[in-house]
Write a protein that binds this ligand. Structure first.
Ligand SMILES: [Zn+2]
Length: 356
């Protein structure tokens, strides 16, 4: 028989919740909480916040409601203790496994009348599209200064101590239009962009990663194009390395424009703030102790991806993502072992009943 968290998870996979359309899943949770008389409210952007009174310092538990696509019509299959989709959709363990684990946890706390810390459950929306839900969360509604974010493709005993700064960069190249028969009078914006992309990938600042993901240019095939643009991203665990890489992009842009004529304009925007928490932080120690009491040794890691933890940390909340044992997030091969739900429950029970 499946443990409650896994059972709930399979149930949640049947409720589609793409980013921005989390309403059905949120309604399921509202009904669940009502059954246990838990106070909850939906904020102005659709985040669901539920509170359970308890003893000691309040603790935030967070998972996000949205999933990436394709997420409609998910059919699960269980083989050798591992839950997967049938292969034509994602599974949605990112992050419905987190949601299910929190629901199973509070069910156990209530049914077994266990003493626990005051809990603030935050189920955020639109995490997958730039943590928009937590960016616009009404922080005045939240008392806790410590959070565990259950949303990470890593083993259940892992704690993510740092995560990336993420910077979006728009590269706009301007040349001079000319008909193909007078092409020597024109400056080809696509050629300028091509040189830039070619150079950018040759050498990347240590401690950062960059990539161009979108490209667009020209208007007609027989005219030297006046405009071309691309959009890329730079990620780095340290702000300093992000700045260095951006500086390198700018100086390359200047060099290429000088050599080939035309212009390269870079428009840069910091999408996500990075964070870094020390291993000897009191809350890190508390979470680590909960992992060890569940029979594991703690693994500390850094993430080049971002999560709602980035945004919480920016708002002065010490937020620690923990692993869920899931693999293949954002792909049709996404999978999660049933054992991961059992282990996560042990860790979470240890954490919330450790009154401080
Ligand atoms: Zn996620």
């Amino acid at each position: 028989m499946l443990p409650l968290a896994a059972k709930l998870f399979v149930q949640l996979t049947k409720i589609p919740s793409p980013s921005g359309k989390e309403v059905l899943l949120r309604n399921f949770l509202l009904i669940y909480f009502r059954k246990y008389s838990i106070t909850c409210r939906t904020d102005r952007v659709g985040n669901l916040i539920a509170k359970l009174p308890g003893r000691g310092r309040p603790l935030i538990l967070n998972s996000h409601l949205d999933t990436v696509n394709p997420c409609v019509g998910i059919k699960t299959q269980i083989k050798n203790g591992i839950i997967r989709s049938k292969g034509d959709t994602i599974l949605g363990a990112d992050d419905k496994a987190g949601v299910a684990s929190i629901l199973a946890l509070i069910t156990k706390l209530i049914e077994e009348k266990l003493q626990h810390r005051p809990l603030e459950l935050i189920f955020s929306v639109q995490e997958e599209v730039g943590c928009l839900g937590t960016k616009r969360l009404e922080y005045k509604l939240i008392r806790g200064r410590q959070a565990v974010v259950i949303d990470r493709s890593a083993s259940v005993n892992s704690i993510t101590l740092s995560a990336s700064f993420i910077n979006r960069v728009e590269i706009i190249c301007r040349g001079r239009a000319a008909h193909i028969v007078r092409s020597n009078e024109g400056i080809n914006a696509i050629t300028i962009l091509a040189s830039f992309i070619n150079q950018i990938n040759k050498k990347i600042t240590k401690g950062s990663i960059s990539s161009i993901g979108l490209i667009n240019g020209g208007s007609v095939f027989n005219v030297v194009p006046e405009k071309a643009m691309a959009v890329g991203e730079i990620r780095a665990l340290k702000r300093m390395n992000l700045k260095k890489e951006l500086k390198r992009w700018q100086s390359l842009a200047n060099q290429i424009a000088k050599k080939q004529g035309g212009k390269i304009i870079l428009k840069s925007e910091l999408l996500i703030q990075g964070y870094s928490i020390k291993k000897d932080n009191a809350f890190v120690k508390t979470v680590s102790k909960s992992i060890m009491r569940a029979g594991f040794s703690t693994v500390y890691s850094a993430a080049l991806g971002a999560s709602d933890a980035n945004v919480f940390n920016q708002h002065g909340i010490v937020a620690i993502p923990i692993g869920q044992g899931r693999t293949g997030a954002h792909s049709l091969k996404e999978a999660i072992p049933i054992q991961a739900f059992i282990d996560t429950e042990k860790i979470l029970i240890n954490l919330v009943t450790n009154i401080q």
